[in-house]
Write a protein that binds this ligand. Structure first.
Ligand SMILES: Cc1ncc(COP(=O)(O)O)c(C=O)c1O
Length: 385
């Protein structure tokens, strides 16, 4: 009944975890969920207010434009200039997305022919691989190893794969490892992409989630990046707007046009009222982002202290709301996450769910209060590991 592309899919990781969580919850366990990367705090009030106003305006009730409201795209172009010095032409170098997941899933349709290779990070956000497969492309895994700072090693890509490579996904600050990349690395990426004729998609979904005075550089701020790439930004994590489905792509105008062509044949754009709220988000004071980061930083520090206290080799991330922690001796990632759920009522994500090179790690998301995180650590302390 199903097409091969569906039959060959593994179950979506978070759906599987949800099922296991439901079983434990049904037994009456008070589950502490540090699994999925979905902010627990509400969307800031001024953004909600703006949406309420917009939704009452019948002008927002009609089909949106395929490429997105020009006012939203002008606002995001200004935000990119203010926050990272990018000079973008809103009309040709920006595109509204219905969440960056939508972008990631559809981009390969624009740039990958059946048989072409897309280079994808492993561990990584699972949609890079699935989106490539849906387009008939062949995902080639670039291992992200701790000894390389979780950056890919381009020299390790076999020549035959490189010859067929058309597209590369990157993501820094990174999910799930929380690694960051510097400008020097992005310069290498541009050179590699130019030498091998590869389109680069830098997924910057965690661009604003930063700690300890760190700022995450934009891939597009590097000389030559606008010739070879696009960058995806998302409202989801930055403004606690995961449910609203709003993101945007910026970058090379021919790439944006090609991607826009695919989208105009698939969806009918993001709800205008949501885009108006998006304008408010990017055009107002960014204090709400700073405030959220300081809350996440306190949670990070509480989890770090707790995990180290029980002997796990946890490190403080400079960005993202994830902690990527090696599993204790004797446990693989599935085994340790099962132990945490069944014995302690804690949900964490097994590293192997992000690819084979995620084995040996577990990911905690900082989506609970400091008190709940301390409670989680106290429960873990009782485990014999
Ligand atoms: C690396 C990465 N990219 C993209 C997304 C999708 O974000 P959204 O579709 O909400 O913009 C996520 C969500 O967790 C992510 O971790």
């Amino acid at each position: 009944m199903y097409a091969d592309r569906i039959n060959s899919l593994p179950p979506y990781l978070f759906a599987t975890i949800d099922e296991a969580k439901a079983v434990v919850k049904a037994k009456g366990v008070d589950v502490i969920d540090l699994g999925v990367g979905d902010p627990d705090m509400p969307t800031p009030e001024h953004i909600v207010e703006s949406m309420c106003e917009a939704v009452r305006d019948p002008a927002t009730h009609r089909y949106p434009s395929y490429t997105g409201m020009i006012e939203f795209r002008e606002a995001v172009a200004n935000w990119c200039k203010d926050t990272r010095g990018l000079e973008l032409d809103a009309a040709t170098e920006t595109l509204t997305l219905i969440g960056s997941k939508e972008g990631v899933a559809h981009i390969p349709l624009a740039f990958v022919n059946p048989g072409d290779v897309a280079l994808i990070p492993d561990p990584g956000y699972p949609v890079y691989k699935i989106g490539t497969q849906f387009a008939g492309g062949e995902p080639h895994v670039m291992p992200l190893l701790e000894e390389n700072g979780f950056l890919p090693d381009f020299d390790a890509i076999p020549a035959d794969k490189l010859a067929k490579a058309k597209l590369m996904f990157l993501n820094y600050p990174n999910n799930p490892t929380s690694a960051t990349a510097d400008v020097k690395f992005f310069k290498e990426v541009v050179e590699f992409a130019k030498n091998n004729d590869i389109t680069v998609v830098h997924d910057n979904a965690y661009s604003e989630m930063v700690y300890d005075d760190y700022t995450a550089p934009s891939f597009l701020s590097v000389d030559g990046a606008m010739d070879v790439g696009m960058e995806l930004y998302s409202m989801s994590k930055t403004y606690n707007m995961t449910g609203w489905r709003l993101a945007f792509a910026v970058g090379n105008k021919d790439l944006i046009a090609g991607f826009g062509k695919v989208k105009s044949n698939i969806d009918s754009g993001a709800f205008d009222a949501v885009q108006r709220a998006g304008i408010t988000a990017v055009s107002s004071s960014q204090q709400c982002v700073t405030d959220m980061n300081s809350i996440y930083q306190k949670r990070r520090d509480a989890l770090l202290k707790g995990l180290r206290g029980i002997g796990l080799d946890a490190k403080a991330p400079k960005a993202t709301f994830y902690m990527w922690v090696p599993t204790p001796d004797g446990y693989d990632s599935m085994g340790f996450s099962k132990l945490l759920l069944e014995e302690s009522g804690i949900v964490a994500t097994p590293g192997v769910g992000f690819g084979e090179y995620g084995e040996g790690y577990i990911r905690f998301a900082l989506t609970q209060s400091v008190e709940r995180i301390e409670e989680a650590v106290a429960r873990m302390d009782k485990l014999t590991i």
